[in-house]
Design a protein around this ligand. Structure first.
Ligand code: PRP
Ligand code: GLN
Ligand code: SF4
Ligand code: MG
Length: 486
């Protein structure tokens, strides 16, 4: 049991969240469950779906995976989620603990009717806004940043749902993609910098909004286009309408989506995630090639970059480490002790491909260094004569505040050590990260534009595009005295 409810006391690097919405089909909830299943990699703490038939809103929210809540054992639940429109969420918390009160979508009965909302991202002034609302009498039901949006919409005096939403979003800062649903409308929205992804798809007469295109593929829907930064789309019986209600800002899409978060078979912002990862691996080989016998990925996320590395270097690619797919991502293990164990449970050396060889290990990132330390030890024990580690991102030196719950800086290996010190700690013969310009080159840019960077890369550069109101000046506060038993 925990009383933890402050945005500052969580030291894990989490994934993100997935959001999904569909309008205009009789089995909207079933489509949403499938879409969320394809997007499960973005969040594994909790899942929820709200569907509406135009009158009633039907909801199921639960802790755990999509399949545990909306799978074949949950037919009764699915039967109750009737409606022509539905939205859904898989959660990885950034603000607010993992508990039932914090499972999205959020729902409220507002002056104009029912309203459901789901959010990928993190609001950077939610605590400040929340304090103001509580002073004025608002009673919060959760400890999530996202809930302030519902309160701001409820208090707005504007006439339409869309205008109320715009007024609310003008009072919050942060990274967000949102999908909202009223009885007859689906609304999608990306923050003005477009930090988090959101795509539009179509199947038959129904429209879909979701985090990544793999959520469209699973139900055979067509990809229509990305929602643009700062764009708000309204989907109703009349079709899709687009608005740009916010002050335009330069696009700063999260570059880490390409490096790690998104699924390799997704297209995000016009780029294939798989091709981007291979390109990063190739740049890495060009920048920091080393004499070796074999290129070995740290599965899963290191695989496409290692293929690109092997192709560019002309070295053979081998699966020298095998991953057990029945163990969750290591980021999600709750304590350091369990996380260490998780890495052992998850990977095993494929001795025949490593023994007597000079091995280049390729992974996408080093966060705490837990994975790399264990893997290197494992590869050496399997008889590798040299181990060189190559990382398909620059050193992660800063925390993310826009939807990826990174450990605090003191837990980020690269924030504490030089590359040489990290190499020694991890136990490799050499260690190299892709340069920031190399990363931008792999993304098709000549270099990083330091005046107006083409992406958000704050976890590598500390250059935060959106203000961090709640995270400066040491504001910490317990948000609720109510502790949910886990
Ligand atoms: O330095 P660390 O704190 O260990 O974190 C970094 C590792 O964590 C991630 O993999 P993860 O095992 O979470 O998932 P994956 O199987 O999808 O690569 C990432 O791909 C790195 O391998
Ligand atoms: N990772 C996310 O996108 C989290 C969304 C939201 N901030 C939450 O904590 O639920
Ligand atoms: S800080 Fe890093 S992980 Fe967070 S949005 Fe920016 S690039 Fe993505
Ligand atoms: Mg990994």
């Amino acid at each position: 049991m925990t009383l933890t409810t402050s945005p500052y006391d969580d030291d894990h690097l989490h994934e993100e969240c997935a959001i999904y919405g569909i309008f205009g089909t009789s089995d909207a909830a079933a489509h949403t469950a499938l879409g969320l299943h394809a997007l499960q990699h973005r969040g594994q703490e909790a899942a929820g779906i709200v569907a509406t038939d135009g009158t009633t809103f039907n909801v199921h929210r639960g802790l755990g995976h999509v399949g545990e809540n909306f799978g074949e054992d949950n037919q009764e639940v699915m039967d109750q989620l009737v409606g022509h429109s539905a939205i859904g969420h898989t959660r990885y918390s950034t603000t607010g603990e993992t508990a039932l009160r914090n499972v999205q979508p959020l729902f409220a009965d507002l002056e104009f009717g029912g309203f459901a909302l789901c959010h990928n991202g993190n609001l950077t002034n939610a605590l400040q806004v929340r304090e103001g609302l509580v002073r004025q009498g608002s009673i919060f039901q959760s400890t999530m940043d996202t809930e302030v949006i519902i309160h701001l919409i409820a208090r707005s005096r504007r006439a339409s749902v869309v205008d109320r939403l715009v007024e609310a979003m003008n009072q919050v800062e942060g990274g967000y993609s949102l999908i909202c649903m009223s009885k007859d409308t689906l609304i999608g929205l990306r923050d003005p910098f477009g930090v988090r992804p959101l795509v539009l798809g179509k199947i038959g007469d129904a429209y879909i909004l979701c985090s990544e295109t793999c959520g469209l593929d699973i139900i055979g829907a067509d990809f229509v286009r990305d929602i643009n930064p700062g764009e708000l789309v309204v989907i109703d019986a009349k079709g899709v309408r687009s608005f740009f209600p916010f002050r335009p800002r330069p696009s700063r899409f999260c570059i880490f989506e390409y490096i790690y978060f998104a699924r390799p078979d997704s297209m995000v912002e016009g780029h294939s995630v798989y091709a981007a990862r291979k390109g990063i691996g190739a740049e890495l080989a060009n920048e920091s090639g080393v004499d070796a016998d074999v290129v070995v990925p740290v599965p899963d996320s290191g695989v496409p970059a290692a293929i690109g590395y092997a192709e560019a270097s002309g070295l053979p690619f081998e699966l020298g480490i095998i991953r057990n797919h029945y163990v969750g991502r290591t980021f999600i293990q709750p304590t350091d002790k369990v996380r260490h164990l998780g890495v052992k449970l998850k990977h095993n050396a494929n001795r025949g491909q490593l023994e007597g060889k000079r091995v280049i290990l390729v992974d996408d990132s080093i966060v705490r260094g837990t994975t790399s330390t264990k893997i290197v030890e494992m590869v050496r024990q399997a008889g590798a004569t040299e181990v060189h580690m190559r990382i398909a991102s620059p050193p992660t030196t800063h925390s993310c505040f826009y939807g990826v719950d990174t450990p605090e800086r003191s837990k980020l290996l690269a924030a504490q050590m030089s590359v040489e010190e990290m190499a020694e700690k991890i136990g490799v013969d050499s260690l190299a990260f892709i340069s920031i310009d190399g990363l931008y080159r792999a993304m098709g840019e000549a270099a990083r534009n330091n005046d107006v960077p083409q992406f958000c890369d704050a976890c590598f550069t500390g250059d935060y595009p959106i203000s961090l109101t709640d995270y400066t000046g040491g504001r910490t506060r317990q948000l609720s005295l109510l502790a949910e038993a886990s």
